[in-house]
Ligand binder design. Structure first.
Ligand code: SF4
Length: 461
């Protein structure tokens, strides 16, 4: 029996890191580790890092400095504390991290965290370890399955990684270097994970991958599967009521996936489809491999498959060489699509990427000014999108208690947060809600007719 210890895992960056952090906790559980929310109590602190933005690494180093103080205090009390750095920054910087921060004991890349129990055992004997190779073994097959109690604690919505890495090489992006080439998990493995989640009470699963719609795993019958085929298979898992996927590339939005939007009730009508720019010149410089018209054609085809689809996107402003005219093309695209939401960032150079070497960098003040104008346009569309729901009925998946007594918070099919007065027993259920008020960050509503709430088999509830 392993001695009981505590691990504190802090995630930076995207949903893939959130998922990886959960899987690290699952894999450490058989070695005696239980999760703690307090860094002070931890025997092991893992920083699961991101490398996508310029300041991400500096943030991690300052966090390591803060934890080092706790580590020294714990050591003074005769209680060793270990620090591990995982994720994309670990993958990119490797042993440089231990050189810059000697208090770090372990550096583990995003493809190697299934080896954590073994690495910890070796580090306890005094070794400093760095493991950032791309392994030959299947990481997912080697990970321990999540325990039922851990799944239930994480809520009724869950991420499942189905694909990792990217072969697209957009000129601004580090992902192809930090996460490697595209790899897809087999359908059978994903179905088993989703069934386990659903049996523990999860009702909504978001399939994630750096380029999720490039998914090309092996089906249960051995044939190659697309994301559309995978979604069809998962929609047949008893107890699953909502499916989503993110993040997609416009070029990989194939006919089968588009059709799935018109056919699968469980597939939510909200698609995150990054475009990055509305200018063909910029899209070419970014090596996006699609034009503005290609993107708009994909949106049209998706809307033809399901008319109530809404879209969100990602934008970069101030990419090297971007002129005011290019930027105007982006603003025009935002108006043309009418996004329900979007993430927008100023371009920042990532070392090692082709764009970092490009001349004609845009002045910081122009970038900031364009970002402001873009965000104003996005907010205008988002508000109009939300305002259109006033007085309408929406199916809301109730997730957790709200801030007020007797209030629950849930999500609409369009990922809007919805606050509603409802009994605690409805958590995990879909409730029809009439929207009574539209706030800036969420909708407020009243249960339309509680008796219509489907009584799902809340497994183990
Ligand atoms: S498709 Fe996405 S993950 Fe791949 S290189 Fe481009 S931005 Fe990065």
């Amino acid at each position: 029996m392993s001695k009981p210890r505590k691990v504190h895992i802090k995630s930076f960056g995207c949903q893939m890191n959130v998922y990886d952090s959960h899987r690290m906790a699952d894999t450490l559980a058989p070695a005696g580790f239980s999760e703690t929310a307090n860094t002070e109590d931890a025997d092991l602190v893992i920083l699961n890092t991101c490398h996508i933005r310029e300041k991400a690494a500096e943030k991690v180093y300052s966090e390591i400095g803060r934890i080092r103080v706790l580590k020294d205090a714990a050591a003074a009390q005769g209680r060793p504390m270990m620090i591990a750095v995982a994720g994309c920054m670990a993958q990119a910087e490797g042993k440089e991290i231990i050189r810059r921060a000697a208090s770090v004991d372990l550096v583990v890349g995003s493809q190697n965290y299934h080896r954590l129990p073994d690495m910890i055992a070796r580090a306890e004997r005094g070794a400093k370890l760095v493991d950032t190779e791309f392994p030959v073994e299947d990481k997912f097959a080697a990970l321990s399955a999540p325990r039922r109690a851990a799944i239930r604690q994480r809520g009724i919505s869950s991420f499942v990684t189905v694909q990792e890495g990217c072969d697209k090489f957009c000129t601004f992006c580090v992902v192809p270097y930090t996460r490697g080439a595209e790899v897809s998990r087999p359908v059978k493995q994903i179905v088993a994970e989703v069934e386990r989640l659903v049996n523990a009470g999860v009702r909504e699963v978001t399939l994630i991958g750096q380029n999720v719609n490039a998914y090309h795993g092996q089906s249960e019958d051995g044939a190659p599967a697309t994301l559309g085929k995978l979604l069809r298979r998962l929609s047949a898992v008893p107890g699953i009521i909502r499916l989503r996927y993110t993040t997609s590339h416009p070029r990989d939005m194939d006919h089968d996936l588009i059709r799935a939007h018109g056919e699968l009730e469980a597939l939510m009508p909200y698609v995150h489809l990054p475009v990055q720019s509305g200018s063909d010149r910029m899209l070419a410089a970014m090596n996006r491999r699609h034009t503005r018209d290609d993107y708009l054609a994909v949106i049209d085809r998706l809307r033809a498959a399901r008319s109530d689809l809404a879209f969100s996107s990602d934008f970069i402003v101030g990419f090297p060489g971007e002129t005011e005219e290019d930027f105007q093309d982006t603003l025009a695209l935002v108006d043309e699509v009418g996004f329900a939401g979007a993430y927008s960032f100023m371009y920042s150079a990532r070392p090692g990427t082709p764009a970092a070497e490009m001349g004609d960098q845009v002045a910081p003040e122009s970038k900031a000014e364009r970002l402001q104008r873009l965000q104003a346009a996005i907010t205008r569309h988002q508000r109009a999108f939300n305002a259109a729901f006033a007085g309408r009925d929406l199916d809301v998946l109730l997730e957790k208690p709200g801030k007020l007594p007797g209030q629950l918070v849930g999500r609409s099919p369009y990922l809007q947060a919805v606050q509603v007065m409802a009994p605690h027993s409805l958590i995990g259920q879909i409730a029809p809600v009439t929207v009574t008020e539209v706030g800036s960050n969420s909708l407020f509503g009243a249960l339309t007719d509680e008796t219509r709430v489907p009584q799902l088999a809340a497994a183990g509830a």
